[in-house]
Design a protein around this ligand. Structure first.
Ligand code: HMG
Ligand code: MG
Length: 314
């Protein structure tokens, strides 16, 4: 008899010291598909977004307005947004690195954007052709123009827990860079473990570092890749520290084309299974998510990376 037939994990009483509700920030259509070797057809992307909305997810990071040569997998951003059936109550944020990207996003009628900075010098160069310092000069006009237009701006910070070229990243360096994004006017800061090396103690130290520096923990989100299998443990630790927005990707799709050691994100289904077991509300329908990720695995021609998808897909 499987765990579902046994009623697991619903029998577990609500755990103490956790938020009552978690906002799932679904990044599969962007972080997942940006890393595919082949370009996924726009019709498949549209169906993916539709199915994720049907599954109850309310924040779907849809695509990126980056240079199409840098990420050809998302070069169809305009086409995708023009054809997208935007649902009431669903947000479709997009990544924007610079003013050119913002112009494109505004033309496409987006309401939510995310800028993405690096906590390290090397990744600022590899991912943005910039430096740790000049990336903020690139973002400043993006945030001021976007907020003046009434858009919401999220800030991502990559390499918060380790960098494949620079090794360990001091928590103070992460906090310094993250605060600059918030000071620019970002409404939220997502702490990225871009290459999936973080462990729970580090999560406590980095989140604690922000709180000690006066940052409201409600403004923090976490973004774990699962390279070393620590994403769920790290997420639980972040929840215990008071974080209540968690990034994940359906089926565990993902990676970063400019950080080769990165594998997929925390799988949304794995996150949902854990939250159900902890009595934390999230609004997603696990069966629909599993069916969506099984369908997407078929489209991509390889099995899902999610343990929960593999356990539950018929
Ligand atoms: P660059 O080559 O330095 O660009 O790239 P530039 O400013 O020198 O401009 C060169 C040409 O590109 C110009 O055209 C611009 O107009 C054009 P020309 O005048 O020569 O004809 N251009 C653009 N075209 C379309 N859209 C644009 C754009 N910008 C310039 N937005 C740039 C600098 C930032 C554009 C480039 O480095 C880039 O696109 N980087 C994005 C890389 C990326 O998308 N990485 C993955 C996302 S980050 C991530 O996955 C991490 C995350 O998940 C969190 C985590 O896990 O840690 C968020
Ligand atoms: Mg990522």
């Amino acid at each position: 008899m499987g765990a579902r037939e046994l009623g697991l994990p619903q029998w577990v009483p609500a755990a103490a010291g956790l938020p009552e509700r978690v906002t799932i920030w679904e990044v599969g259509p962007r972080d997942g598909l940006q890393n595919e070797k082949t370009v996924v057809p726009v019709e498949v992307k549209l169906e993916f977004l539709d199915r994720l909305a049907d599954a109850g997810l309310r924040t779907l990071e849809a695509t990126s307005f980056v240079h199409p040569k840098w990420v050809p997998q998302l070069a169809d951003a305009e086409k995708l947004l023009a054809a997208l059936d935007r649902r009431d109550g669903v947000r479709y944020p997009v990544l924007v690195p610079n003013e050119r990207g913002l112009d494109r996003a505004l033309d496409a009628g987006v309401a939510d954007i995310a800028i993405f900075a690096s906590a390290t010098e090397t990744f600022a160069s590899k991912n943005l052709n910039s430096t740790l310092e000049t990336q903020f000069e690139m973002f400043e006009p993006v945030v001021s123009r976007a907020t003046a237009e009434g858009l919401d701006v999220r800030g991502y910070l990559s390499m918060c827990f380790g960098d494949p070229w620079e090794g360990a990243v001091p928590a103070e360096q992460v906090v310094r860079a993250g605060r600059r994004l918030l000071d620019l006017g970002c409404s939220q800061l997502s702490l990225g473990d871009t290459i999936g090396v973080a462990t729970a103690g580090q999560v406590e130290a980095v989140v604690g570092g922000f709180v000690s520096a006066g940052v409201d923990v409600g403004k923090l989100a976490v973004h774990f890749h699962d390279t070393y299998g620590q994403a769920l443990a790290n997420t639980l630790t972040a929840l215990r520290c008071g974080v209540s927005t968690v990034d994940s990707s359906a089926g565990g799709l993902g990676g970063c084309p400019y950080a080769e050691s990165a594998t997929g994100n925390l799988a949304t289904e794995d996150l949902v299974w854990m939250l159900d077991g902890l009595g934390v509300a999230h609004g997603a329908d696990l069966d629909k998510l599993v069916a969506t990720s099984a369908w997407m695995a078929g489209q991509l021609g390889r099995p899902s990376a999610s343990r929960v998808v593999n356990a539950l897909a018929g």
